[in-house]
Design a protein around this ligand. Structure first.
Ligand code: SAM
Length: 164
């Protein structure tokens, strides 16, 4: 029986009761977690959303394709689709922080054996979450652990100051 939630390896999980429109895409952030991080960072952009689940007034949906938009100078909340494309989102976040002065806070499954984890997440601050999150209106916890990855710009907005 397919109960709607994907597991980390995309097999259906037991004991889950929520159905999202696209199984691996729609994992709305728990409100308490977003609120806590929003207090800390003050997000200005949610680049992966629908109009219904967007966490910021400025947001992109599939129609605009957040991967193809500029995130320059934004403070970005990124809870990406958890399917194969997650690597593309982490690469985009990494590049936006490195080259475009974006701060990107990512909520991702803690898949510590993946290429994207090693190439992008591990280069930045990682907060491993205790326990398992309940996404959306789920009655059970997710079948995987989660992490918050914080990608900060490499330099200040003033650039590298010359030594005196
Ligand atoms: C895990 S949900 C996160 C939803 C919401 N941003 C949140 O934090 O609760 C990922 C969202 O990304 C959207 N999405 C998928 N591909 C996208 C794309 N190319 N551009 C923008 N949004 C996309 C999905 O429709 C889905 O709503």
């Amino acid at each position: 029986m397919d109960l709607g939630f994907p597991t980390a390896d995309s097999r259906p999980a037991r004991g889950m009761s929520v159905h999202f429109s696209s199984r691996t895409d729609e994992w709305p952030t728990p409100r308490w977690l977003f609120d806590a991080l929003h207090r800390e960072f003050g997000f200005t952009l949610d680049p992966c959303s629908t109009h219904a689940n967007a966490k910021c007034p400025k947001h992109f949906t599939r129609v605009e394709d957040g991967l193809r938009q500029s995130w320059a100078d934004e403070t970005v909340w990124m809870n990406p689709p958890y399917g194969r494309e997650i690597g593309d989102w982490m690469a985009k976040a990494y590049q936006a922080a490195r080259d475009e002065q974006a701060t990107v806070v990512c909520l991702v499954p803690a898949r510590t054996d993946t290429k994207w984890w090693h190439d992008y997440a591990m280069k930045h601050e990682i907060r491993l979450l205790r326990g398992r999150l309940q996404f959306g209106d789920a009655t059970a916890s997710a079948p995987f652990p989660s992490a918050v990855v914080i990608m900060r710009p490499k330099t200040s907005r003033l650039g590298t100051m010359p030594a005196r």
